[in-house]
Ligand binder design. Sequence first.
Ligand code: ATP
Ligand code: MG
Length: 343
Amino acid sequence: MIKKLVLKNFRNHEFIELKFEKPFVYIHGINGSGKTSVLESIYFCATTKSHRTADEKELILRNEPFMQIKLTTDEDRYDIVLSKNGKRASINGVEKRKISDFIGHLRVVMFAPEDLDLIKGSPSNRRQFLDLEWMQLNKNYLKNLNTYKNVLKQRNSLLKKIGVDDDYTFLNILGEQLFEAGSEIIKERILFIEELNRYLEEIYPLFSNHKVKIIYEPDVNEKGFKNYLQKQQKQDILYQTTLSGPHRDDFYIDFNGFDAKSYASQGEQRLIVVALKLALLKLIEKKTSKQVVLLLDDVLSELDLEKQELFLKHLPKEHQILMNSALPVQGDHIQMIHLKKEI
Ligand SMILES: Nc1ncnc2c1ncn2[C@@H]1O[C@H](COP(=O)(O)OP(=O)(O)OP(=O)(O)O)[C@@H](O)[C@H]1O
Ligand SMILES: [Mg+2]
């Protein structure tokens, strides 16, 4: 359980110290008071990424040189500083020089409005979800992803220089390396989606009697990828980039036999994504037997009253939940935190 969170220069919070005393924390405050930012900082502490921006400078309070997040759980102390020189992260006072040793130590699952991009957004949103979540559970996947990214970069820069009549030796060596990492990525993604589906099948019916399932759409399967790299070099050279591979993968959510993107309603899409996150929570729980912190940003809006009640009723009791919403939530087991808008 997270006990304490201290933010320095994180977005609009110049300095804030929050103590969490109950497993269910409800953060409220007017628009712009920094509710999402609080959840974002916790997410950052777990993943070293923001869920809403790829430009990390945005996280630092305007005109300040750095930001710092200090987070204390019952067991560990996390400290991460971000400045223009990069990130420095430590756990219990020990600096983690490799950021990958920091990632995934603190376990969180977040739902945020941006997550609707899992249905509505581009394939890259969906790949990012697969990668970010699975790499936290599977260091091997992280390793293969990094290798794949590096080799892909090298191969693409070679493709910009080489001509169709040139010697392909180096291109083929890079192709083999790309296949080695890429085929592992494809296998792992199949596995991850299979496991997620298993939990989604249990969870979604709690809310609705529609049928939902994640369908993986690999750009190429393993065999196709191998063939492509061995035989289609000319095409890649002409286009000066690697046209095929797991970096073009996608998935969609099947909703009663149709793609949820165009078929499910706004509220149904939200419910699907929420259920997907709860499925992920279950998966993490099973894989790590660690406690997971559930971060819920504006999760109730767009759900009808019945769904809101069902949702609150079925929230997992074994995990800490930090949530904010415009809608009032009450109960003895809930700690209320009120944020004031800083000017
Ligand atoms: N780097 C930054 N420096 C200063 N202020 C920032 C920075 N980034 C964002 N802000 C401001 O921080 C405020 C808090 O944003 P946040 O999204 O956390 O609010 P919120 O409480 O979740 O609001 P809402 O209820 O509308 O969702 C916003 O007014 C935003 O403009
Ligand atoms: Mg918000």
